[in-house]
Design a protein around this ligand. Structure first.
Ligand SMILES: [Zn+2]
Length: 311
């Protein structure tokens, strides 16, 4: 039985590289308890200091440093330590060899580094155990990204999970891994996003948001409509230019306009990244209960209307 099991695992690892659908793997392989190889890493972004985005979150979680999506000195140091522990040359740059040690095919029951990378990328608690919450989040991600929603994270799902990053500056080989015509808002200054980085908020003719949110926001709005007789989410304020944020900041300071509501210092607001929304009263309770499934959270306790995208 021991030998038989070993053969099955080997067969599964081979399948993971070549099989177009990973459902096959799911039926023959026992739940992986360690990191499995089998993710082609040549197409993944090369990350170095200054890089930002989804792939950065994944490597940060994998190497056990704080997950903020920004590849700074602490991330470089943590990647170096990780590389050393895996017998790689410790240059602090996340390239194919480092990805190979950090990623793997994972599914319900899996444990280890690749699960941590997955959880960091999905904005979940990073504990390295692929449990029900991780599975639900993976299936939701697969659904909203046109993938087969089987809850198994193989090459196709990893590829989509790690899009939407900029590779960082300096050196060669930083192949970026940007997501086509939709740039990461962090490539620009807060409140200074070009029109190429913005899209209209679905169901709203006046407000804009970062194009990177489109899939998750659309999925959320569709679910909202289904629960509210076809009405869209009401958004009173989405993306804010720097000048508009200055207006709100002045109101907050003087208490003479906008009800003196709390406002972030100009240049720091999530509205300036196109990632925050002030929603209307219609269906707000529904959003408080359900927005988290799509990556949106109500993160200012004194402002029940302020919703931020956190993926
Ligand atoms: Zn707000």
């Amino acid at each position: 039985m021991k030998l038989r099991k070993k053969i099955l695992v080997t067969a599964a690892a081979t399948l993971a590289v070549t099989a177009p659908t990973l459902a096959v793997v799911n039926t023959v392989a026992p739940a992986a308890t360690a990191d499995a190889a089998g993710i082609p890493t040549s197409g993944l972004p090369v990350l170095k200091q200054g890089a930002t985005g989804n792939a950065v979150k994944a490597i940060q979680a994998a190497v056990g440093t704080g997950v903020d999506g920004s590849y700074g000195p602490k991330t470089v140091a943590a990647v170096k330590a990780f590389q050393k522990s895996k017998g790689l040359s410790a240059d602090g740059v996340t390239g194919p060899k480092t990805w190979d040690k950090a990623l793997g095919v994972v599914r319900y029951g899996s444990k280890g580094t690749a699960v941590k990378a997955l959880q960091g990328r999905l904005g979940l608690q990073v504990d390295g155990n692929f449990g029900p919450k991780t599975k639900a989040s993976v299936i939701n991600f697969q659904r909203t990204n046109g993938l087969s929603a089987d809850g198994v994270v193989g090459p196709a799902t990893w590829s989509k999970l790690l899009r939407g990053s900029s590779g960082g500056s300096g050196g060669s080989g930083g192949s970026g891994g940007g997501s086509g015509s939709c740039p990461n808002p962090r490539n620009f200054a807060n409140g200074k996003l070009p029109s190429s980085a913005l899209v209209a908020v679905p169901g709203n003719s006046k407000e804009q948001m970062s194009c990177t949110l489109l899939k998750d926001y659309t999925a959320m709005n569709n679910a909202f409509k289904a629960a509210h007789g076809g009405r869209d989410i009401t958004v009173n304020d989405g993306y804010r230019s720097l000048a508009r944020q200055q207006y709100f900041w002045d109101c907050y300071k003087t208490k003479k306009c906008n009800s003196g509501n709390l406002a972030a210092r100009p240049g720091t607001s999530n509205h300036g990244w196109g990632r925050a929304f002030d929603v209307g009263r219609d269906g707000r309770d529904w959003l408080h209960r359900n927005a988290g499934k799509y990556g949106f959270v109500f993160d200012v306790s004194s402002e029940s209307w302020h919703m931020t995208y956190k993926r």
